[in-house]
Write a protein that binds this ligand. Structure first.
Ligand code: HT9
Ligand code: FE2
Length: 356
């Protein structure tokens, strides 16, 4: 079961979609109006659903090319087709076990546990709790198939800048990911492991960024930056913001910035607006050359990696034989007790984890 975030597909969908995403989250109205404007600018259509349709087709084609007969259903957390729709479809097709494959690579409440809660909620909503069992594929931030498109993108961007005569010492590589409340970040990953500042969420990004720099053969300075903050100003979220960092670069002798959207799997609104529109404008204002590198999208390495992830789980591949490019992984198949809890929302039932 490919599990996506979901997005609006027309102007009339924008507000109901935003209500779905932010229900009970204390997001200020001004922020919602601002985000509605991003969607309205693109005709009220988020590209994310079309991207997931393409990803589903690509995964199906990869399975077929390997002669593997596994059906794929698709459901979203915040817009149709919903996870509940996917469960009904699975049940009608006579399936009894689903393996969730989320379009989200890292550990945190928003990027892992919320999928597990929504799977549990959809089982309850559809009454299919006895007929269907749902497991979830491990977080794949350090899987070679997810990392390879970023390495290729960074290598190409640096080659492009070299051709333009810009020295690597005048280039800053910014690895961009979604900001989350620091309270969520501290609780990301299993409760019994210490990952340092920003919890498992930040540690995973730092570790993958190092691998991408190394494998791209990059010598430039780099840093992890955050984007798309949405909570009230009083609530601490992970920093620094991508725009604040960009604004400070010219004073450090930087002439060009490469933005690697490390936290995202496709060119959805966070990438098109917050990076390609806003951060790019900030860079231009400060006289910087800017290149935003590609997201995995339907890159063959990513698609093939997703199928490998499904198969390692289906086949029970021993941990030692599972690919992982950082010391942090391979990540857990079954989330550990208390994994990625949400400090603000309290306890909600979730599946595919060890009971607390
Ligand atoms: C970690 C993370 C990811 C990456 C992992 C993953 O991909 O799962 C992600 C992805 C996405 N976030 C998306 C959209 C939105 N996220 C919002 C709000 C929030 N995101 C959060 C975190 C994340 N979000 C958080 C902590 C909030 C605050 C509310 C809450 O506590 O839950 C809001 C509300 C308005 C706003 O304030 O921005 C919107 C509209 C879309 C769809 C884009 C499209 O339509 O193309 C995608 C892929
Ligand atoms: Fe989000």
């Amino acid at each position: 079961m490919l599990a996506g975030f979901g997005g609006p597909e027309g102007q009339d969908d924008v507000i109901p979609f935003l209500r779905n995403v932010t229900r009970g989250r204390g997001i200020p109205d001004e922020r919602l109006e601002e985000v509605a404007h991003h969607y309205r600018h693109f005709g009220g259509v988020s590209p994310i659903n079309e991207q997931n349709r393409r990803l589903k087709a690509a995964v199906e084609a990869e399975l077929a090319s390997r002669g593997i007969d596994l059906p794929v259903v698709w459901g979203n957390r915040n817009w149709g087709p919903y996870v509940a729709d996917a469960l009904r479809e699975a049940s009608e097709r006579g399936l009894s076990t689903l393996l969730g494959l989320a379009t989200s690579a890292y550990s945190s409440y928003s990027s892992c546990r919320q999928y597990r809660e929504d799977f549990a909620g959809a089982l309850a909503e559809t009454g299919l709790g006895d007929a269907l069992r749902i497991d979830k594929v491990r977080q794949y931030f350090d899987h070679p198939g997810f990392v390879e498109p970023f390495v290729e993108g960074l290598r190409a961007a640096l080659a492009d800048l070299a051709e333009r005569g810009i020295a690597e010492s005048a280039i800053r590589v910014l690895f961009a990911t979604h900001s989350i409340p620091t309270a969520d970040a501290e609780r990301s990953g299993p409760r019994d492991r210490d990952f340092g500042d920003g919890g498992a969420y930040a540690a995973q990004h730092r570790a993958v960024a190092e691998v991408v720099m190394r494998d791209a053969g990059a010598d430039a300075a780099w840093q992890l930056v955050y984007q798309s903050r949405s909570g009230p100003a009083t609530q601490p979220w992970l920093e620094p913001d991508v725009n604040d960092v960009i604004a400070g670069l010219p004073a450090q002798g930087v002439e060009a910035v490469v933005i690697v959207p490390l936290g995202f799997v496709s060119d959805h609104m966070e990438v098109l607006w917050d990076l390609d529109t806003e951060a790019t404008a900030t860079a231009a204002e400060h006289g910087l050359v800017v290149i935003r590198t590609p997201t995995p999208g339907t890159h063959p390495a990513y698609v093939s990696g997703l199928v490998d992830l499904v198969l390692e789980r289906v086949n029970g591949t021993p941990t030692a034989e599972r690919p992982a490019l950082t010391e942090l992984g391979p990540w857990y198949d079954v989330c550990r007790p208390g994994c990625c809890e949400n400090a603000r929302l309290g306890f909600k039932p979730a599946i595919a984890g060890v009971a607390p």
